[in-house]
Design a protein around this ligand. Structure first.
Ligand code: SF4
Length: 197
């Protein structure tokens, strides 16, 4: 979903600035809070470990309506506070870092300074994708394509080909539609993680 520089543009950058390829790579990549990708897609939680925060996502899926910032007690910390605290949106398993969105709280969120009462770090409760799977088993309703936060190309290691919900027929067990191996979504669970399916 992000535009990339062409090889020629990258060559020009190298010539003009004489900076290293690593520096160029950093420059052309979107700023991605990788912690949130890891938090939402890896872990060994089971379905009996569902937390209060997980119930909130279940309610959002059922109602197709997110929780307002007000009801979620969402606030933006000051810069100084956020620097000292690991409890922030980019560390949360509900975080959609690139989109500056949350799976539970409505509106745009601040990855570095935002926090709500639904903050859920890696290892707490179930993985978001597993909550969706639980939701599908209980309601029989698969998510529509536009509910899945689907992107055309996920980060290396966080693509459909790495996900336990991907099938050989390019389908997804959670979301309706067809998916190329390099695609990704907001509910990816890496192979070997989370609950048994
Ligand atoms: S869309 Fe892709 S990454 Fe997302 S749950 Fe389905 S298979 Fe996994």
């Amino acid at each position: 979903m992000y535009g990339r520089q062409t090889d020629r543009q990258i060559d020009m950058l190298l010539i003009i600035t004489s900076i290293s390829l690593n520096d160029v790579y950093e420059f052309v990549q979107p700023m991605t809070p990788k912690e949130s990708a890891v938090a939402k897609s890896t872990g060994y939680q089971d379905e009996y470990a569902a937390s209060e925060q997980d119930s909130a996502l279940f309610r959002v899926l059922s109602s197709k309506r997110k929780i307002s910032k007000n009801d979620a007690n969402y606030i933006n910390h000051t810069k100084d506070y956020a620097n000292k605290d690991e409890s922030k949106c980019s560390k949360c398993k509900f975080n959609l870092g690139d989109e500056r969105k949350c799976l539970v709280v409505e509106g745009e969120i601040d990855n570095d300074h935002g926090i709500s009462r639904f903050f859920s770090p890696k290892g707490v409760g179930m993985l978001p994708g597993d909550i969706v799977w639980d939701f599908i088993k209980k309601t029989g309703r698969k998510l529509n394509y536009d509910e899945g936060y689907v992107i055309n190309e996920g980060a290396e290691g966080f693509q459909c080909r790495d996900c336990k919900y991907y099938t050989y027929s390019h389908k997804c067990l959670l979301i309706k539609g067809l998916f190329a191996p390099q695609m990704s979504c907001g509910y990816i669970v890496k192979n070997g993680n989370g609950t048994d399916i």
